[in-house]
Ligand binder design. Structure first.
Ligand code: ADP
Length: 307
């Protein structure tokens, strides 16, 4: 028998009181154990969707099941399968770290003596154990973010929803959070995150759903999305500064000046990098280095969502 999907969203619509149609009939199935990124430009409807899944926002119509339980049939049970890490910190600022995590367990009816060892493990895994007696307002931004994650996991949810988990987090901490999330996913927790760092989605997630103007415009594995990439942008560093005369000679090629000593080469289907690079060399420009322009997923994303 096929495994029950972690999340099944059927034709979900959301119209806010203001008349804004934030979701226009979104359907999405997230298999159990998946690691999925929900991507989209600002205002696309990501937070609304996460809010509906978390039970913070009411949908206007459509169906949602979590681990096979409809939120309309047994809201509490469906909700108990989910852990949420919203963007905004929402602790009681004077409560100590350990109490924030343990008290959360109480909302799910988990006895304190069961919650304490779980909290200890989570705080150790998230490198917050030393801070357990610190009030949350004394923590750094990165620590607060990790505390949000610990709190969201105390009832051992099957699905973890993270809204921009590493926004404002420095590179080093971001990497350690990635490691933590990967391990959590390897241990079986389904993870859905929204992110503005497409590199994050590319590094962490197996699947991606791209949402734009309230509708899912693309959904699939990161691998498939990248294979279907119709264009690739390369940055070519030159030995000498690029002169206007040389740019003239490159006219008709998919080449632009990026900065004094860098050309941007946009390859479409049918273009081969070799032909273009040969052309650059043939006009006397020495090439020192060729780099990819950044996250490849970013290119797919920009292409799909450009107006
Ligand atoms: P995203 O998270 O992708 O940036 P949102 O879900 O926050 O997108 O917003 C989707 C649309 O719904 C936007 O047009 C936004 O202005 C609108 N919206 C979001 N929250 C509310 C609200 N509480 N009341 C009215 N409109 C809202």
């Amino acid at each position: 028998m096929a495994k029950i999907p972690a999340i099944e969203i059927g034709e979900v619509k959301k119209v806010y009181k203001t008349g804004v149609e934030a979701l226009k009939g979104v359907s999405l199935t997230v298999p159990a154990g998946e690691f999925m990124a929900l991507l989209g430009p600002n205002g696309a409807g990501k937070s609304t969707l996460i809010g509906i899944l978390s039970g913070l926002v009411n949908k206007t119509s459509g169906t949602i099941s979590v681990n096979g339980v409809s939120i309309d049939v047994d809201h509490d049970k469906a909700k108990s399968f989910i852990g949420v890490v919203p963007q905004e910190f929402n602790f009681n600022w004077f409560e100590k770290v350990i109490d924030i995590v343990v008290n959360q367990a109480g909302y799910y009816g988990i006895p304190r003596k069961e919650a304490l060892p779980r909290a200890e493990q989570l705080l150790k895994d998230l490198e917050l154990w030393d801070k357990r007696f610190t009030a949350s307002n004394q923590l750094s931004g990165g620590m607060k973010r990790r505390l949000m994650i610990a709190r969201a996991l105390i009832h051992e949810p099957k699905v973890l929803l993270l809204d921009e988990p590493t926004a404002g987090v420095d590179v080093e901490l971001r990497r350690s959070m990635w490691t933590f999330l990967r391990e959590l996913n390897n241990d079986g927790t389904t993870i859905i995150l929204t992110t503005h760092y497409l590199e994050e989605a590319e590094q962490l997630c197996r699947r991606v759903a791209i949402i734009d103007q309230g509708a899912i415009i693309r959904e699939g594995t990161v691998k498939d999305l990248l294979t279907n990439l119709s264009g690739v942008t390369l940055l070519v560093d030159t030995v000498e500064p690029i002169r206007q005369a040389e740019l003239q000679l490159l006219r008709g090629y998919p080449i632009k000046k990026h900065d004094e000593t860098t050309l941007e080469v946009r390859l479409q289907h049918g273009d081969t990098a070799n032909d273009v690079l040969r052309k650059i060399s043939s006009i006397g420009l020495g090439i020192v280095n060729i780099r990819n322009s950044g996250s490849r997923l970013e290119e797919v994303f920009l292409e799909l969502t450009k107006k």
